[in-house]
Write a protein of this length. Structure first.
Length: 375
């Protein structure tokens, strides 16, 4: 059996998602591109959401009502009970959808940050409209950093019982600073394929389980997606069943110590430079802890001499000579960035994540222009 599928965005998402979850309405497609979108999906699918838009061909993740509600229930238990949510993220991404799903599960009405460009002023105004006893919100690290830097936002941040931060690697220094300021922050880990965040501060929530297989993080539980819409090959590569338990291969590397999960990078974030493996994710985590480099992004760029080299991109000037000793000591000589490229503004996706594809294109263009000038 099948059910209809329709594209939904903006404020219409609230009612559409409610209907999709209880089965009374069409399944929802939350994505930016509706090209070749089928008119119907399997009956068990409530939501189709595009994922991995920053690199490669987008994936359309198919999630059932049970997975979405299991995610909401696990979050509700982990946070200490039902509360009111502030929506500060786009509903074309799983983190924004999660805020709506958790609100539906809790029986509360979310408050939206004004549509358009996120700003501390808009966040403070929206927070001021919240009236429930328990208040929650979900942010990406860039948003949290901007709010912490805005004095007028600190009082609003402290009014939240919990602020979930995820969607990308969260600098340790940012979390420490938030906690020092009296802001109750929880780091989350998950993806569209797991119905959003299913690991809080390194600990799986609800019935979610985590394990490491040959260095890769695998997750299981009721929150897992059905698979990728009309893409059996990708589904088979990412999801597998072992001894009756279904697991999702995340593509992330990590370790698990005393039940606490630590994400160390991406399997596809490794380049070979001069015959040596370099983890771009590890280098990025290292430099983001330095003053002035909280927004830094590290990408790989082609090199005639070394094959590929890491390049550091930031909105702040930083001398490579100062960075080199730290990188050599921590990660080895091959991990030293070949260049530091400074941008006026870092390209971001609507989700708040750095647009790595656009950044890499800017890097390659910059290096090509420099080579042409040097000739």
């Amino acid at each position: 059996m099948t059910r209809a599928l329709r594209q939904v965005s903006g404020e219409a998402m609230w009612d559409a998602l409610r209907g999709a979850l209880d089965g009374s309405a069409a399944a929802v497609f939350a994505g930016e591109s509706a090209s070749e979108l089928p008119t119907a999906v399997p009956r068990g699918v409530a939501l189709v959401i595009e994922s991995s838009g920053s690199t490669g061909r987008p994936k359309r993740v198919a999630l059932g009502s049970a997975a979405l509600l299991a995610s909401a229930a696990a979050s509700d238990d982990a946070l200490g009970g039902p509360g009111q949510w502030l929506l500060a993220l786009p509903t074309s991404y799983i983190a924004g959808i999660n805020v709506l799903t958790r609100s539906i599960y809790a029986g509360t009405t979310p408050v939206r940050v004004a549509e358009g460009h996120f700003s501390p002023e808009a966040f403070v105004a929206a927070a001021g409209r919240m009236d429930a006893h328990l208040r929650y919100t979900s942010l990406v690290p860039t948003q949290l950093a901007r709010l912490i830097d805005a004095d007028e936002a600190l009082a609003a941040l402290r009014r939240f019982d919990r602020i979930l931060v995820g969607g990308q690697a969260t600098p340790v220094a940012l979390v420490a600073r938030a906690l020092e300021l009296g802001i109750n922050v929880t780091r989350t880990y998950g993806s569209s394929e797991t119905g959003g965040g299913c690991v809080y501060d390194g600990v799986p929530i609800g019935a979610t389980r985590a394990r490491i297989v040959e260095g890769q993080i695998e997750l299981s539980g009721a929150v897992l997606a059905e698979g990728y819409l009309d893409d059996e090959e990708r589904t088979a590569a990412a999801f597998h069943t072992e001894n009756g338990t279904r697991w999702y291969r995340t593509g992330d590397t990590g370790d698990l110590v005393d039940g606490v999960l630590r994400v160390t990078g991406r399997l596809d974030d490794v380049i070979i430079s001069g015959g040596l493996k370099v983890s771009l994710a590890a280098l990025e985590r290292l430099v983001r802890e330095l003053d002035g480099l909280a927004d830094a992004v590290v990408v790989g760029a082609p090199s005639a001499e070394w094959g590929e080299v890491p390049v550091l991109v930031s909105t702040s000037e930083y001398r490579l000579a100062h960075l080199k000793p730290l990188v050599v000591e921590s990660l080895g000589r091959a991990a030293v960035p070949a260049r530091v490229i400074v941008l006026e503004r870092m390209p971001y996706l609507a989700s708040g994540k750095p647009d790595r594809r656009a950044i890499r294109e800017l890097v390659i263009r910059s290096l090509t222009d420099r080579e042409a000038t040097d000739r």
